[in-house]
Write a protein that binds this ligand. Structure first.
Ligand code: SME
Length: 152
């Protein structure tokens, strides 16, 4: 099983966030748990939708991330525009990839929707390992985000 961590991390996040409805508190907790649970996740963080077409950095773990991302730019902007998860096996092959760290080789970015179905953020996970993310990561992370943020 490639991702033994998911069998533990989802229940852990469920317990850590039980009853919480504050977006930033939930994001900070999830970023911390995912970053420390998965060695293959080298940056974990949220970019929050702060106005139409614009995101700003939220809670994250890892090296400094860029502060502002318009929907027109980067993997995060592509995810926010499409409102769908984007998996990038090779960041050097993604036109307009925003490199916050030169060591990043692959990336997954997932949309975060509130209980009303509004896009409120994206979850960005970078890896220094090429082609690090797959459909299991997508399914597990999407389900966790839906469960947690439907309370917001
Ligand atoms: N790589 C992202 C930017 C965020 S830094 O990786 C933390 C992108 O292309 O949108």
């Amino acid at each position: 099983m490639k991702n033994p961590g998911y069998a533990d991390v989802i229940p852990a996040i469920r317990a850590l966030t039980e009853g919480e409805t504050d977006e930033v508190a939930l994001e900070a907790t999830i970023a911390c748990e995912l970053y420390h649970r998965f060695e293959r996740f080298d940056w974990v963080g949220f970019y929050r939708v702060v106005s139409p077409g614009l995101m700003k950095i939220g809670p994250y773990q890892g090296g400094h991330g860029c502060l502002v991302i318009p929907f027109e730019r980067g993997v995060c902007g592509a995810c926010a525009t499409k409102r769908e998860t984007v998996i990038v096996p090779d960041v050097d092959a993604f036109p307009g990839h925003i490199a916050c760290a030169s060591s990043t080789r692959s990336e997954i970015v997932l949309p975060v929707f509130d209980g009303a179905g509004e896009l409120i953020a994206v979850l960005d996970i970078d890896s220094d390992t090429p082609d690090n993310f797959d459909e299991t990561d997508k399914a597990e992370l999407e389900a966790m985000l839906a469960e947690v943020f439907r309370r917001v």
